[in-house]
Design a protein around this ligand. Sequence first.
Ligand SMILES: Nc1ncnc2c1ncn2[C@@H]1O[C@H](COP(=O)(O)OP(=O)(O)O)[C@@H](O)[C@H]1O
Ligand SMILES: O=C(OP(=O)(O)O)[C@H](O)COP(=O)(O)O
Length: 408
Amino acid sequence: MGDLTIPTMDDIDIRSKKVLLRIDINSPVDENGKIIDDSRIKAHIGTIKELVDKGNSVVLISHQGRPGDKDFISLEEHAKLISKYLDREVVFVEDVIGPYAREMIKKLENNGILLLDNIRLISEELIEAPPQQHVKTFLVRKLAPLFDVYVNDAFATSHRSQPSIVGFPLALPSAAGRVMEREVSALARIFNAEDTPKIFTLGGGKVHDTIRIIENLVRKRIADRILTGGLVAELFSVAKGINLNPKNMEILEKLGILSLIPRARKLLLSGAPIEIPVDYKVEINGNVMEEPASKVTGVIKDIGSTTAEIYSSFIKDAKVVVLRGPMGVIEDERFKSGSKSVLKASLEGQGYVIIGGGHMISALDKDMKIDSSKVHISTGGGALLLFLSGERLPALEALSMSVVNSSD
Ligand SMILES: Nc1ncnc2c1ncn2[C@@H]1O[C@H](COP(=O)(O)OP(=O)(O)O)[C@@H](O)[C@H]1O
Ligand SMILES: O=C(OP(=O)(O)O)[C@H](O)COP(=O)(O)O
C-alpha cells in the first residue's frame, strides 16, 4: 500500500481460514440506545462479504462507546444490521473472551459469521500501550490461538494503541481490510508534494483537537491555506484582536476555548496561512442576520455569505481540499448554508476532496453530485485528522510490524 508497507488482504493467504476481523461500528445512538446512523456498519459490508466469499469463517470484533458513557451498549442491534446488509446470518455472541465465546469460535464453520460483544467489556481494551505490551494481554492470548489471520478494517480507531488494534498483528499474520486500505491510500495522496495548493477547511466544535492539528499542519507546511469556520474561526478571530462582543466571548469562555488564544496568536504571528471569516450569520432574538466580523452584535451561528463566497473561490482553485467540522450550527437548517457552500465548491472544483467527521458529512445534500474518483468520504474523525497532520497511527505501525504470509 504505497510506501506505507502495510499488508493488505491481497498480500496474505486468506482463503478457507478462520479470520478475526476488527471493525469500527461505533455508532451514534439515541437516549434509548438505538442506533441513529449506521453508515460505519455499512462501510464494512464489502470487507466481510469478500472474506466470506473466499470461504473463510469470520469473527467480528468492535467497540461501541466507552464504559460510563450512555453509548456504551451491547452489539446486539449491530449484529442484526450487519446481517440485514449482508443478507446472511450473523450470530451475536454475548461474550468476548470467555468459554462461551471461545467455544462458538471453535465450532464456527466455513462461511460462518459471528459478532462478539463490545470489546470494551474487557478493561484491557481501554489501555493505551505499545504492541509489544498488548500482545501479552488476556484478550490477545485468549483469542489469537483460535485464528489463522487477523484483519484490521477499523480505520476510525487507528489512532488508538489498544490491544484489539495493535496486539493481534504481533500474534497473527495480519492485513489491512478494504476500508482501511481505501482510507490510507486515498489519504496518502494528501502528502504528495505535487498536489498543491492544499486547502484545509476546519470548523466544528472540537477546537482543542483542531488547534493541535493546525499546529502540525503549519509546522510541517502541509497546508497552503487553512479556512476556518465554526468555533475554530471564532478563536482565531479573537486571537487577531477582533471584538466578537460579550455574548460570543461568554460561549468561548464556557467551552474553555479562550485559554487557546496564546497558541492561536503564536500561529498567526508566525505567518501561518490561516483565514478567518469577514462576516458571520448571527442570531438576534430568534432572527437571523448577517453582520461584518468587526461589528458583530448577535450570537455567531455560521459564516456569512461574503466569507462563503471568498472561501469557495479559494477552494475551487485547490488541488486537494480537506473538510472537517461544519462552518456553523448545522443542526439548525438556518445555519447550514456556510457548510453547504464550501461543500458545493469542493465538489465542483478540480481538486481531490476529502470529507471527514460526522457533522460535515451530514451536511452533504442528496442532490450534490459526488464523483467517487475524486471525492473521498472518510469513516474517520480523529484518526483522519491525525493522519493528515502527519502523526503516525498506531494501527498502521502495528500492521507494518506483522509477519506477512507466515500462515503459509
Ligand atoms: N459557531 C458555532 N457555535 C457553536 N457551535 C458550533 C458553531 N459552529 C459549529 N458548531 C457545532 O460544532 C459541532 C460539530 O463539530 P465537530 O464535532 O467538531 O464535527 P464532526 O462531527 O464533523 O467531527 C456541531 O454540533 C455544531 O453545532
Ligand atoms: O468514533 C471514533 O472516533 P471519532 O469520534 O474521532 O471519529 C472511534 O470509534 C474511536 O472511538 P474512541 O474515541 O472512543 O476511542
